[in-house]
Design a protein around this ligand. Sequence first.
Ligand SMILES: Nc1ncnc2c1ncn2[C@@H]1O[C@H](COP(=O)(O)OP(=O)(O)OP(=O)(O)O)[C@@H](O)[C@H]1O
Length: 552
Amino acid sequence: MKSRSGIQVMAGLIGMIRPLLSKMCLAVLMGCVGNLMATFITVLGAYGLTTLLGLTGGLKLSVIFTLLAVFSVLRGILRYAEQASNHYIAFKLLAEIRHQVFAALRKLAPAKLDGSDKGNLISIITTDIELLEVFYAHTISPIAIAIITSLFMSIFIGRFDVRLGLLAFVFYVIVGAGIPLVNGKLGSALGGQYRKQYGGLNTAVLDNLYGMEEIIQYQAKEKRLKNIEGYTDSLEKVNSRLKSNEAVQRIVTDAVILLAGASMLAVSMNLYWDGTVSFNAVLICTVAMLGSFGPVSALSALSNNLTQTLASGNRVLNLLEEEPVVEDVTDGAAAADGVIAAEHLDFTYSETDGSTRHVFSDFSAEFKPDRIYGILGKSGCGKSTLLKLMMRFYETDGGAITYGGKNVNEINTEALRRHISYVTQETFLFQDTIENNIKVAKADATREEVCAAAKKAAIHEFIESLPNGYDTKLSELGDSLSGGERQRIGIARAFLHDCPVIFLDEPTSNIDSLNESIILKSLHTEKKGKQILLVSHRKSTMAIADTVIEMN
Ligand SMILES: Nc1ncnc2c1ncn2[C@@H]1O[C@H](COP(=O)(O)OP(=O)(O)OP(=O)(O)O)[C@@H](O)[C@H]1O
């Protein structure tokens, strides 16, 4: 995984704001004015004190009270407006980022989803993106507000004496930049570690959910629980270190703010004794110093979450920038008819962790129209991989896959996939009705077409026997259906799709011989004008193949 510095992640995330820049500027402006009003509510108190003490240079009490009333009301309104704008920007951007992430996933799938790191992917899509809200709503404008208000206050204090202004500036820099930078540096590895562990925990939980039956059957509960506990323990350890960093940061920030007030008092008193400044200045500068740390101390506190936010930002940016294993062809041929051929194929899987799995060396085969081909071979020899290469889920390292003599890399990927019905070893069922699940293959199919496809796949009678028939809703994970029923729905999809090429990967592995014979008969009837490739270990299924290709 590419690792960026905090500044690089921020630059990447800020780059996405461009369309909402004007709203962000408005939010910053309201934030600055609101925070300065909050500071001046205390500073006006100091002016009032100087007036009550009868010192020169004070303001009239009526003016002070009027300003106090105006500032108090406006402060509230501006704070609300600033927060509302920031959240509007944040949620608009989150929606945009989600669009971008799903567009990236569409490009990266199916190879990316073939990998093992699904839990991590889910935590990027859900919690990591969610965390960016903190960056957009509570990070960018606070940084801008802290810089602008600190400069304003340094100038305001500096008007009494430049040295006092400089002193204030130095303390603002320490609280607003020094402490967060040191804190961020100390916590950045921890923030990254926390996000990584969180992704790992997601993967482990998903694994256990999907493998619940195996866990129960082989009594692996203790071991799996230990595995989850391992993740939660290390998450807790990282979290408690993050929390103790946060506590130290708060203590140090408060101490520095008190030191700033004391220093301002000491230095301004010295200048007063020298006769350089009035007693007014001593009072007002000290109160202004103590009352103006709101924006910079917010920055200081922000560094605690910033490490995690930036780690999340890094993971989201990595996903957005990830190059797909295969780029879709959009300017190629629109059709993929004719003989399908694998010509001297070489292929090796490469995992993100650097490991590889060599599958093909100089493999060749040919598949002609109007025929059913059976593909045989021992487990793991690459039968499914051959189908995936023909679907162009992966690109070959050497040799070529051709359709009617055209290289698969020169055929529009969308047209290619529209040309093929691909039934995988596992049929995914959506939480929808059975009819809609079959209609995934052809959205505008009529009920008659759906029934016809279901009959060919030997699932019609079963569906009709359900109280709600084709309108039956499938529960989550489709667990309410048996493996064979799921498989037959997958096959019904392929019949409904009605393509010139059909790839079936172990289509009958869970199906009884009666239903198998109905499906095989349907395939036999359908084979005219089609190329059907059948991967199976079952002799009875292989019996309908016109040609059997043995893979070694
Ligand atoms: N996404 C992947 N990343 C890395 N290796 C993979 C991936 N998919 C499959 N493999 C490996 O490639 C080899 C070929 O896998 P493939 O699924 O094509 O075999 P198969 O002949 O269809 O096996 P089976 O008959 O058991 O279904 C196997 O060793 C498998 O572990």
